[in-house]
Design a binder for this molecule. Structure first.
Ligand code: UD1
Length: 394
């Protein structure tokens, strides 16, 4: 019978090796990764026994989705930029894998840390695992139960491959236990993205949006970009019609992801060549489009909105901490903790239901007092850094 060490046992370092710092590669690729990595890198600064190396896959490459986030979050430019860009899921994932394998072979890291659920997350987890480099996953254990979502597949695979799983809610621990992940690999550390929000909230800045009134609580904020909502022209038109109707009661600002802008044009909702910087109104309504907004400005927009309507994952969490009512336009969510906590309502994807939910939200209290979920307290980055140290340098 073969004898093997349990998975997740860090390598035993020869004495000489112990004196050199452990090298940890952190992988980021897309916008939601950036606020998550920042607090961990900050917490590792000054720890001499760990050398972090930041690898950006280049899944997001537009300045509004990437470089401006680095600037706002105070993250130094990536040590390695892979520049893989866009493509189908298979093409994008494959390009990240090929490029990241070279990095791992050259750098020989002691561990790889991946974050969230984007294609770069699963691609790099797979590469590292196959090279026998232990993987740690930040934001592990979230499940929507919907395998038509690319992110759900990315989460399932990444968690199975990871030796260390950092969770940010108790439900995530339960999900992992029910999938047979040993509790010895799981650490409940809290929400790193909220570390960033709490740190930067005082520096959030009101954007200059000529022609759109940003008086506190007098506007709504929309983000829709998931394939399930924007890729089919008829459903996109119906959803935009519902949002236009809501905008007669509450003017809406919709910073558009490049994917959404392309789909709005394809569905005939805005003319080809529309410049989002002019804040165009959709179909004469008070629903205004804008280009994507950088982190500090988006934080300000959320914090002062009367209502947020979104299909994003992270925004459900950020509004929970800011205490802003959020309508999640999806049929399921992996962030049930924000619904229990009370700011978030899962309204489904039927435009008629969105109208009803928006009317109810607008007649309710603007900022009901809500408790913040457990350990969403600004200390998650520190807890992860300390655990990485004790894991790799026992
Ligand atoms: C990705 C994540 C999603 C996350 C979102 C946040 C996956 C599977 N999805 O979705 O979970 O909520 O990021 O923004 O990883 N594009 C640009 N410029 C860019 C990047 C993309 O124009 O800098 C366009 C391209 O046409 C591309 C499309 O957007 O084909 C989609 O980009 P992609 O990275 O595949 O996924 P997102 O929709 O951004």
């Amino acid at each position: 019978m073969p004898v093997c060490l349990p998975r997740g046992t860090p390598q035993t370092y020869p004495a000489a090796r112990m004196s050199t710092p452990s090298k940890i590669v952190f992988v980021v690729g897309a916008r939601p990764n950036f606020p998550k990595v920042a607090p961990i890198l900050a917490a590792l600064r000054g720890r001499e026994d760990i050398t972090p190396l930041l690898v950006h896959t280049g899944q997001h490459y537009d300045p509004e989705l990437s470089a401006m986030f680095f600037e706002d979050l105070g993250i130094a430019p990536p040590d390695v930029m892979l520049g893989v860009g866009s493509g189908s899921h298979a093409v994008q994932t494959a390009h990240v894998m090929m490029a990241f394998e070279t990095v791992c072979l050259e750098e020989q890291p002691d561990a790889v840390v991946v974050l969230g659920d984007v294609n770069s997350t699963v691609a790099c987890a797979l590469v590292a695992s196959k090279l026998h480099i232990p993987v740690a996953h930040v934001e592990a254990g979230l499940r929507s139960g919907d395998r038509t979502m690319p992110e759900e597949l990315n989460r399932l695979v990444t968690d199975q491959l990871s030796e260390r799983l950092y969770t940010h809610c108790r439900e995530a621990d339960d999900n992992l236990a029910s999938e047979g992940v040993p509790a010895s690999r799981v650490r409940f550390v809290g929400n790193v993205m909220i570390d960033t929000l709490l740190r930067l909230r005082p520096q959030s800045t009101k954007p200059e949006l000529a022609g759109f009134d940003l008086t506190e609580h007098s506007y709504g904020l929309v983000t829709l970009h998931r394939p399930a909502l924007v890729d089919e022209p008829a459903s996109l038109r119906a959803m935009i019609a519902a949002l236009s109707e809501i905008s007669s009661d509450l003017p809406l600002l919709y910073p558009t992801h490049p994917r959404s802008m392309a789909r709005l044009v394809a569905a005939g909702l805005v003319p080809e060549g529309t410049d989002a910087r002019t804040l165009p109104q959709v179909a004469g309504s008070r629903l205004h489009l804008s280009p994507p907004v950088r982190y500090l400005q988006f934080l300000w927009l959320m914090d002062h909105a009367r209502l947020v309507l979104t299909d994003s994952g992270g925004i459900q969490e950020e509004t929970a901490v800011l205490g802003v009512p959020c309508l999640t336009i999806r049929d399921n969510t992996e962030r049930a903790v924000t619904i229990e906590q009370g700011t978030n309502t899962l309204v489904g994807t039927d435009p008629a239901d969105v109208l009803v939910a928006a009317a109810a939200a607008l007649s309710a209290e603007a900022r009901p007092n809500r408790p913040v979920p457990e350990l969403w307290d600004g200390g998650a980055g520190e807890r992860i850094a300390a655990d990485l140290e004790s894991w790799l340098r026992p």
